[in-house]
Design a protein around this ligand. Structure first.
Ligand SMILES: Cc1cc2nc3c(=O)[nH]c(=O)nc-3n(C[C@H](O)[C@H](O)[C@H](O)COP(=O)(O)OP(=O)(O)OC[C@H]3O[C@@H](n4cnc5c(N)ncnc54)[C@H](O)[C@@H]3O)c2cc1C
Length: 564
């Protein structure tokens, strides 16, 4: 059977595409997802869990996906550490394992997209799709939707943890204004974080868009645990997808193939299939279907340095399992050329699922408008091998300067006022092997972390010894005291991705040599092939990327169904 549309990847974008394209009974739609399915009557409890428990479950992630966070010197043998990089491999993709932050970015972000050649993607064009995707549980008016598939809400102050309250009070003391609706204004200030969550449960894109009624459509077929190895072409026309289904080879023909495998895997699938930078494909021994220099380039992500701190008993999250993200703030660094709202900081009142995590808060501070650019390339033509990813974080001097300023700011927050009494011993650590090892929910990890918790609750010197020697943490107050060189060394060492990989197949005009798709997601120079996911962003917005991705899929689905 030949499908009208084959959607590759059932993540945040793929679920939207499958839902919207199959709404017309005349369209035969196939959705292919590498990971397991999460049908409405069998969504695993850790995915539904309001606190992001699913992030600890290796069954929902691409286990071999790794990235260099720091710049890689290409003319020297030393390389920075290659670190795990979580990417969802489960129905819902990132939206099934993320922190559920649900914000949009600012009008400037989308007006910039348009100025970069994404015609028809300015703020006035995208706002209807932000409204279409959501049912805002608390706010109404011209900026909000009330009937979309995805519920969005905020945890209000009376339900905040002590740490969230102390963070908010410290923001206020630092002179930041408060506003109630993160998605209803674009000024600097602090606010309750918007989350995709209803009745204290996560709502992934799979839960929202692949509900029972959608799945009952006879024209929608879902294949889970199926990896797309390659797109097959006849000349420059895509004609179908070659799959591996747990060892069995399958081929499905389609009139149009829509790649929604995420910014980490869509460019890799394109390159394996012969669409990408010609020289690189030749090096990999891959026959070239289309020489598109931009595939895998322009990689963007939000760089951040997380700070953890030991919370006093009354500041902890307590029995409330609710979303960990409660309070956030946007601010402007005022560094030349960086524009407004270019920085973000948010409080996470419970650093991990286990008892040590319940005692540790995390203050995540990141660059909301980065200038560093990375790249993603193949290691080989083999579909089983993950690509080589260079995030190249803080390589742009503006990013480095802002991350250093952010460290000053975070250190000051912990040093005075409400946060000083809510939390002690702020430190940075990276997600090293040890943290990965205790990340999974197992009886052994429960035991080990309980032991660490007892020690952390003990006298200060014992707690600091655990932080330094077991968690390999470095106290940030002492780093800031040591001066500029120490701060620079610190941020370069501890910088991590906020997991907002995007822009690796960016939209743009056909005469732009680095553009991969047009504004309707069609891959330049190829028939029957689109990309619809976070890869097509021209620039990463000043936002967590899930809602912008869902908006992008809504808009591309609309252009598939009603071509202009
Ligand atoms: C740990 C983590 C925390 C995050 N926290 C937040 C947050 O709180 N708020 C927020 O807004 N954003 C957050 N993000 C980012 C956000 O979730 C992503 O930007 C978004 O999910 C991207 O959607 P996507 O459709 O582009 O890709 P994905 O959602 O990653 O979907 C891609 C899908 O394609 C599948 N796939 C890949 N290759 C193949 C193949 N060859 N064959 C078949 N299937 C394939 C994958 O298994 C996956 O399910 C987070 C991301 C992570 C990983």
């Amino acid at each position: 059977m030949k499908y009208d549309y084959i959607v590759v990847g059932g993540g945040s974008a793929g679920c939207v595409m499958a839902h919207r394209l199959s709404a017309d009974p005349a369209n035969q739609v196939l959705l292919v997802e590498a990971g397991m399915d999460t049908p409405p009557d069998a969504v695993p409890a850790d995915i539904l869990n309001s606190y992001h428990l699913s992030q600890a479950n290796p069954n929902y992630k691409w286990s071999q996906f790794r990235a260099y966070h720091q710049p890689v010197p290409h003319n020297a043998p030393e390389r920075p550490p290659l670190q795990h990089y979580d990417q969802g491999r489960v129905m819902g993709g990132g939206s099934s394992i993320n922190y559920q932050a649900a914000n949009r970015g600012t009008p400037d972000d989308y007006n910039e997209w348009e100025s970069m050649g994404a015609d028809g993607w300015g703020w006035d064009d995208v706002l209807p799709f932000f409204r279409k995707l959501e049912t805002d549980q608390q706010f109404d008016g011209p900026l909000h939707g009330k009937s979309g598939p995805l519920p969005i809400r905020r945890v209000t102050r009376e339900n905040w943890s002590g740490f969230s309250k102390a963070t908010a009070d410290s923001f206020a003391l630092a002179g930041m204004p408060f506003f109630e609706d993160q998605n209803g204004g674009f000024e600097d200030g602090y606010f309750p974080m918007t989350v995709s969550n209803l009745n204290d449960q996560r709502v992934s894109a799979a839960i929202a868009y692949l509900d029972a009624a959608t799945r009952a459509r006879p024209n929608l077929t879902i294949r889970s645990n199926a990896v797309a190895k390659r797109i097959r072409f006849e000349g420059r026309q895509a004609i179908g997808v070659e799959l591996d289904r747990q060892g069995a080879e399958e081929f499905y023909g389609g009139s149009e193939i829509i790649i929604s495998a995420g910014a980490s895997h869509s460019p890799a699938l394109l390159m394996r299939s012969g669409v990408g930078p010609g020289l690189h494909l030749r090096d990999m021994g891959i026959d070239i279907v289309a020489d598109l220099a931009g595939v895998g380039q322009n990689l963007q992500d939000h760089p951040g340095v997380p700070t953890m701190a030991y919370m006093t008993r009354r500041s902890r999250h307590g029995a409330n399992p609710g979303p960990a993200l409660q309070v956030g703030a946007r601010y402007s660094s005022e560094i030349d050329g960086c524009g407004p709202n270019d920085m973000f900081v948010c409080a996470i009142g419970r650093a991990a699922w286990h008892s040590a995590g319940r005692r540790l808060a995390s203050m995540s501070s990141w660059i909301n408008k980065p200038y560093s650019r990375g790249q993603l390339r193949l290691r080989s033509a083999d579909w089983r091998e993950e690509p080589e990813v260079e995030l190249n974080m803080l390589s742009d001097p503006r990013d480095l300067a802002r991350m250093k300023l952010a460290m000053h700011r975070v250190a000051a927050l912990f040093q005075y006022g409400p946060l000083k009494s809510a939390a002690r011993d702020p430190f940075s650590t990276n997600f090293n092997r040890r943290a990965q090892m205790v990340g999974a929910v197992t009886p052994r990890n429960r035991f080990l972390t309980a032991l660490a918790s007892v020690m952390m609750d003990g006298p200060g010197p014992l707690r600091r010894a655990v932080i330094e020697n077991v968690m390999l943490g470095r106290n940030i107050a002492s780093v800031v005291r040591a001066g500029d060189t120490a701060i620079e060394e610190h941020v370069m060492r501890y910088v991590i991705s906020i997991r907002h990989i995007s822009c690796t197949c960016r939209m743009g005009r056909e005469d732009d040599p680095m553009a991969v798709t047009g504004p309707d997601g069609r891959v330049h120079g190829i028939g029957g092939l689109r990309v619809a996911d976070a890869s097509v962003f021209p620039a990463v917005p000043r936002a967590n990327t899930n809602i912008p991705t869902i908006m992008t899929a809504e808009k591309i689905a609309d252009s598939v169904l009603s071509p202009g």
